[in-house]
Design a protein. Structure first.
Length: 382
């Protein structure tokens, strides 16, 4: 076996069948000669008990020296447990990122995720991912590409992090579907931007203001009964908006409201007298299963943002989001002396860390109680 040089390659003549000349210096590197006279540089190796052969490049496009260098890189990959032949097959049949996003929505999001999360995925793919890297081959996307996309969205850090999460899921699924090698997710090690958690909640005076505006809107007909009822239930239950919008009459079971499919799974809410009072004031539409009725027969109300914006302006609460009504429920529960685990159970949290964002409120009440007690003891001691 000679060392493969330009002279050896040039003098290699075609035969009736293909044959190989293996290099004397680099084991598993050789020259393949076809009956047509076409010559290519190859390597061979075993992976998982199977024989593999990989074409490094064509003679004429590569010199023997250049081919040797590329072959060395591939063989190093093999020595580290990789399979360059499989990787190349994956890269060749891999779609672009736009097609991967479409498949993610159809085969993962629609099948496994809730409708609201499906919409978030679809929005991230259409608005942020496809315009930036939609035309890139899935196997060619690098960590630098993802980092650059994430950096471009730094002015909207919350959205940037949501897009990064969708991208990470896309490339995890690409590995599962055999479109990228295992462990090659380019989103790994990219740090999310810090997010400022909003903890706005309504004081007792603000709640009274809101109640007055709702009552006035009910009397004048300025807002639909469905929107007014939804806001009252949001305050009284601490539920998420989607849970109230899709609340059905058959979820009301004796002394509880049973939510079969909340964000964190099935959940039971005590049916308090205040909630019963609100529900008793609803004019039920025959054949409509929803508590918060929509404009179309048999539907639920879908647009709460516009009514809420009008109501909060009238109440002087222009900085309050609908989700802040959930924070309000939690903060008043803590003010009433409830423990964080109990508040978490009322809110349907599955992890203590989620409720821990309200810990400082509990600390404030403990501090006030300590100061009050200390003052009483001071009058006795001094």
């Amino acid at each position: 076996m000679p060392k493969i040089t330009k002279r050896i390659v040039d003098f290699a003549k075609p035969k009736s069948k293909e044959y190989f000349i293996w290099d004397s210096e680099m084991r598993r590197f050789g020259l393949r000669v076809l009956p047509s006279g076409r010559k290519s540089y190859v390597i061979h190796y075993r992976r998982n008990g199977r024989y593999r052969r990989l074409t490094v490049g064509q003679h004429g496009e590569l010199t023997p020296s250049e081919a040797r260098d590329i072959a060395r890189e591939h063989l190093v990959e093999v020595a580290r447990g990789g399979d360059p032949s499989q990787r190349r097959r994956i890269e060749r049949r891999a779609p672009n990122v736009s097609a991967l996003g479409e498949r993610l929505i159809k085969e993962h999001a629609i099948v496994r995720l809730k409708p609201s999360t499906q919409r978030e995925y679809d929005r991230a793919v259409r608005i942020f991912i496809n315009p930036a890297i939609g035309g890139f081959k899935v196997g060619e996307v690098t960590r630098g590409d993802i980092s650059q996309l994430h950096h471009r969205l730094r002015h909207i850090p919350y959205q940037a992090n949501r897009v990064l999460g969708v991208l990470s899921k896309m490339f995890n699924m690409a590995e599962i579907w055999g479109l990228r090698p295992d462990g090659s997710n380019p989103c790994r090690h990219i740090s999310k931007y810090p997010e400022r958690k909003r903890e706005r909640f309504l004081s007792s005076d603000e709640l009274r203001q809101l109640a007055q505006v709702l009552e006035q809107a009910e009397i004048t007909g300025a807002e639909s009964q469905a929107a007014i009822t939804a806001i009252r239930l949001l305050v009284l239950t601490g539920c998420r908006l989607g849970e109230i919008q899709t609340l059905r009459w058959d979820y009301i079971d004796g002394s509880y409201i049973v939510l079969p499919d909340s964000k964190t799974g099935p959940r039971r809410l005590p049916l308090t007298p205040a909630i019963r009072h609100v529900l008793s004031g609803i004019d039920r539409e025959q054949g409509n299963p929803y508590v918060i009725q929509g404009k179309l027969p048999g539907s639920h109300l879908t647009d709460m943002q516009h009514p809420w914006q009008r109501i909060r302006e009238r109440a002087g609460l222009s900085d309050v989001r609908i989700h802040d009504l959930r924070h309000t429920y939690a903060s008043h529960a803590i003010a009433a002396g409830m423990s964080l685990p109990l508040v978490g159970k009322l809110l349907g949290h599955t992890q203590v860390q989620t409720t821990a964002r309200y810990a400082h409120l509990a600390d404030d009440h403990v501090k006030q109680a300590a100061e009050q007690l200390s003052g009483q003891l001071e009058t006795l001691m001094l």
